[in-house]
Design a binder for this molecule. Structure first.
Ligand SMILES: [Zn+2]
Ligand SMILES: [Zn+2]
Length: 148
């Protein structure tokens, strides 16, 4: 299934370039998470992630450091950042090792695979303009695409 010669669908890296990655699968889902934990970690209003099969993701260069905390949905989420420049690049959820959450801003072309969902809109900042075209969830999704 995971053919090593399959074409790269996504690639990106941190701000300083020490960490580079690629992914040979298209995202399972693209979403924006407005939860309070994502706001704190990203240092801004929300996190936009591209959720991909972990088996299709690999680092081309460098290593991340991870910090783990409990998400608003109750998951143990490890957020990986470049030890040199601090860019948050990748999220991993302990209970869902089969997926990886790419921080959209680290993609070389973040216009690809735009988000379809807004999660935790109940916690969204009042100054964020939400896109009506995206499906909205006050909290996480009870059963469905993994959320952070
Ligand atoms: Zn870096
Ligand atoms: Zn979140």
């Amino acid at each position: 299934m995971n053919n090593p010669s399959s074409p790269v669908k996504l690639q990106g890296g941190c701000a300083c370039g020490d960490v580079r990655y690629e992914c040979t699968a298209e995202p399972v889902v693209s979403l924006n998470c407005h939860c309070s934990v994502c706001q704190r970690y990203t240092g801004t209003a929300y996190s936009s992630v591209r959720i991909v099969p972990a088996a299709a993701f690999r680092f081309v260069r460098g290593e991340l450091r991870y910090h783990t905390s409990t998400s608003n949905a109750g998951h143990a989420v490890s957020r990986g950042f470049c030890p040199n420049c601090g860019s948050q690049v990748l999220g991993r959820i302990a209970e869902k090792p089969e997926i990886a959450l790419i921080s959209a801003g680290t993609l070389d072309d973040a216009s690809l695979y735009p988000p379809a969902l807004d999660l935790f809109t109940s916690r969204a900042q009042p100054w964020v303009v939400l896109d009506d075209r995206l499906a909205k969830f006050d909290e996480g999704i009870p059963a469905g695409p993994p959320n952070t």
